[in-house]
Design a protein. Structure first.
Length: 540
């Protein structure tokens, strides 16, 4: 008998517009010590299936018209709260997708892990503290005694994910459900987390149910894979066999959808649009009653580069390396030192008000479109906002025409402009963000991790869209990302950052094919470790 048996599971949701069939009839098993991956695009039913196993859905809004979920023979569908309390967090634990929102911002690391030990094991005081330290050492957090009193916002993304894993492992579960555990992490941190999970699995003998849209991780990490689309599992098998010889058309399309190749040849350009010289962003560290400055956090330190029209500069590096800070500095959204030249204008001496006439030419697309789009405004109002500020002479009809044109250019139906952001998918929201940036016809766009949380098929669509728009309008891009595959597909030049400093800078082909510094080689090796098997499988 398998450790977990899911048979013909259906999960539906009651809404104002009727019943939504999120999962229609899924079946799979999970054995002790095995890793099973549920893969598919957003909305395919992956996370809903995992939450159904844990019975964490908002019942009775969610309900199961049919199906069974058995853990060691015990039926979980409809099980009482006492039964689920003995299983949830104890026998079956879960790592959620975004650790910053999953961890309590008001509690320290020690308190959050200690709470689990107290509820399930009855451990308190020194015994609980000893176990917390043991768990944090187990997940390789580093400098554990100093981290015990830290709050989630004081940790990096990789550190927060390790804390989440420590919480999930506190009671040595039989099954670990990992929902997109590496989505927003740098490639080096991704590799570390995956190695950590593999090592812990072997040591503790637990099974892992991996929920992800990252096919390179599945190929490297999973024993078996279930491919989901529109609430159905359409293909199941050993991971290597499914990747080497996919049978279902959807699986074939999914495997071939990842961004690939190199950036198209840029147009010849003699003039330089942006020139940055000796850029510095230092944040003061203050102490004492009078908050005297005792040191500085050197977020960006002596960075220089140039960018021509129609060209893309890829900026890569681990979290905290200064990537986003550079983009915000160029847009004069944060203070900086050094020279920033844009089309002959020196931006470094301009105040916030003096920057306003240039804002229409300098735009940004943020990492999280759901967070950066106002939920209170319709899509039309969001895209129109820049026109109301910078092109006041336009009539209402002209503004509406410009909004429709911008939406059409990013592949959205102009009729959707009356809807709100929550009514769109992640990929569609990112297209709305791009339309908002492009409606003012800018010359330079900062793209801050615009594809990191998107499915591979949607990533490829956004990459193609950005390429087309760049060719059409001769746009200059600064593309900030930790996904080196996407950077290679878009960037003509690459800037590699570490601790705020440039460690390598040159043409994309040179950086990817012949990195010179140890740090760049480590970045490429981490990306290659996750990617090579998938590439081989697709090419075969």
């Amino acid at each position: 008998m398998s450790l977990l048996e899911v048979k013909d599971l259906a999960t539906h949701f009651r809404t104002e517009n009727g019943v939504v069939e999120a999962v229609k009839g899924s079946s799979f098993t999970l054995d002790k010590g095995e890793t099973l991956a549920l893969v598919g695009e957003s909305g395919s039913g992956k996370s809903v299936s995992a939450l159904s196993v844990m019975q964490l859905l908002p019942y009775p809004t969610a309900f199961h018209p049919k199906g069974s979920v058995r853990f060691e023979g015990t039926e979980l569908i409809g099980a009482g709260e006492e039964t689920m309390r003995g299983i949830r967090g104890n026998r079956i634990s879960m790592i959620f997708q975004e650790p910053l929102t999953s961890l309590n911002p008001l509690h320290t690391v020690e308190k959050q892990i200690g709470e689990i030990l107290e509820v399930h094991k009855g451990l308190t005081g020194d015994a609980a503290l000893e176990r917390v330290i043991e768990l944090l050492n187990l997940v390789g957090l580093g400098n554990v005694t100093a981290r015990l009193k830290a709050y989630p916002h004081e940790l990096s993304g990789g550190q927060r994910q390790r804390v989440m894993i420590a919480m999930a492992l506190a009671n040595e579960p039989d099954i670990l459900v990992a929902d997109e555990p590496t989505t927003a992490l740098d490639v080096t941190i991704q590799a570390q987390i995956l190695r950590l999970l593999r090592d812990l699995q072997q040591r503790l003998g637990m099974a892992i149910l991996l929920i992800t849209h990252d096919l390179t991780i599945v190929e490297k990490f999973a024993d078996r894979v279930c491919v989901m689309t529109q609430g159905d599992i359409v293909e199941t098998g050993a991971a290597k066999e499914v990747f080497a010889n996919p049978q279902h058309p959807y699986t074939q399309r999914l495997l071939g959808a990842a961004p690939s190749g190199q950036a198209p040849q840029p147009p010849e350009a003699t003039e330089t649009l942006i020139e940055v010289e000796d850029l510095k962003v230092h944040f003061p560290i203050t102490k004492g009653f009078f908050r005297r400055t005792v040191d500085y956090v050197r977020a960006v330190d002596e960075v220089s580069f140039a960018l021509k029209p129609g060209h893309t500069l890829g900026v890569v590096g681990e979290s905290g390396s200064g990537k986003t800070t550079i983009g915000l500095s160029i847009l004069r959204l944060i203070s900086s030192q050094g020279r920033i030249q844009f089309g002959g204008d020196d931006l470094s001496e301009r105040s916030f008000d003096q920057m306003r006439p240039l804002r229409r030419e300098l735009q940004i697309v943020f990492q999280d479109p759901f967070g950066s789009l106002s939920p209170r405004l319709s899509v039309g109002q969001i895209v129109e906002e820049g026109l109301l500020v910078h092109e006041r002479q336009l009539s209402e009809e002209d503004r509406d025409a410009r909004v429709c044109e911008a939406l059409e250019e990013v592949g959205l139906d102009p009729e959707t402009r009356h809807r709100y952001p929550h009514e769109f998918s992640g990929g569609q929201r990112q297209r709305i963000s791009i339309a908002r940036a492009l409606v003012l016809k800018p010359r330079f766009v900062v793209l801050d991790e615009p594809t990191s949380a998107l499915d591979v098929s949607v990533q490829a669509q956004i990459v193609d869209l950005l390429r087309d728009l760049q060719a059409k309008y001769n746009l200059a891009y600064m593309f900030i990302s930790h996904d080196l595959r996407v950077v290679r597909a878009l960037a003509h030049d690459v800037l590699v950052l570490k601790d705020g400093k440039v460690v390598e800078h040159g043409p994309s082909a040179q950086i990817f094919d012949d990195p010179q510094t140890d740090y760049t080689k480590a970045l490429m090796a981490a990306a290659f470790e996750l990617e090579v098997a998938h590439v081989d499988a697709v090419s075969s």
